[in-house]
Design a protein around this ligand. Sequence first.
Ligand code: SF4
Ligand code: SF4
Length: 452
Amino acid sequence: MEKTCLSLPRKPFRTRGGAHISHNKNTRDSRSVVMPCPKTVILPMSQHIGTPCTPVVKPGMHVCVGDVIGKCESMISAPIHASVSGRVQSIRKIQLPNGHMNDAVVIESDGEMKLSENIKPPVISTPQDLFNAVHASGLVGLGGAGFPTHVKINVPEGKHADTLIINCAECEPYITADHREAVENTENVISGIVLMLRILKLDRAVVGIEDNKPDAVKALKKAISECTDAEAKKIGVLTLKARYPQGAEKVMIKAVTNRVVPMGMLPVDAGCIVMNITSVAFVSSYIKTGIPLVSKRITVDGSAVTEPKNVIVPIGTHIKDIIDFCGGYKDNCRKLILGGPMMGIALETDDFPILKQSNAVLAFNKKDAVLSTPTACIRCGRCVKNCPFSLMPAAIETAVKLHDKDKLKKLGVADCMECGTCAYNCPAHRPLVQIIRQGKMIAANKAKKQGV
Ligand code: SF4
Ligand code: SF4
């Protein structure tokens, strides 16, 4: 029987919950600037979900841009490459935002950004070639999750994927890095999608993009219409309502395909492969140049930043150097966030490097950094009504207080993606995400009984 091709969606399917949040996309119209080479970079061996890498360099060694400095010890991992040329100064421990200690290679730059002689573009003709190349490139989900991309594109035996979803929702306030990728690197975005469609033999690709990026929508549609590859006919752009968390993987899959990924399952279980737009553009660039993942576009914004902008920096660049490049702090910086205000991680210091999965650095003054004082839950149910997964955060809080592991499991605490929509909508300002994180620890037997 002849296989029927799936059509491209004309309008998004209905999704549940979410919140209207001020976009504050202040840097959306400013062209990205390349930051001069920093004096040093610091490259942690864990910049992905999965097993940390092992350093393969020693202090005193000279490295070039693209040399492997951290090798993978397992399939769920991604190699780390030198992002500047220079001398390995030291290998030291660094505390990552998740609290884990990790080895990090410090490289003192020689300022030359000399490319490694080992760099050569890969030849891709089969899914295995693509898998090997993406693995070797060090690519991880650049939208913030950091999941190794080669694992995502490897469809396990017995499963079938028909749809590639390119995630350009960028629903977090302030961040415009993916928006600028769509506008400034459109050709690589489309050629990356064409390559994925051709090699993985998928039926269609849909770019999911929020309606607050009209220039990016226009640029993508124009590039698709001008593309002469046969696969271009299978690519569509789907404009989505700007509503947080539209970019969450499972929310995006529902909006584009009307399919639901069962809890605890992966996108491929709903026949989908989801890639961030910057990730797919990187694949195209890697196939052309062989240069692995060594740099990143970062949105620098917030009320305590003198000159907000999008900056392209070597991975491992210190946040302090990036802030200095953006004119330094104005007012006193009272809150520094790596990532967006909804799902980013508050940092205690700017003496921390940009990681592969970082997409923003936000600095806020005293006025914008104030947290509201929590009051008692009034049982209004808004947290439940707005959760995209129909979870019950108020009930989870009660179970956390009782240290009730079974109840927490029944409430599906592990399925929470920590998007913060419940907390954002809570009139009592309950710190629901922190409470849910604690609930996850209890359910996984990793927390001692204590008061909340
Ligand atoms: S943080 Fe978790 S519980 Fe709260 S809205 Fe998001 S998914 Fe639902
Ligand atoms: S939104 Fe806040 S106040 Fe309302 S039920 Fe949920 S936790 Fe309680």
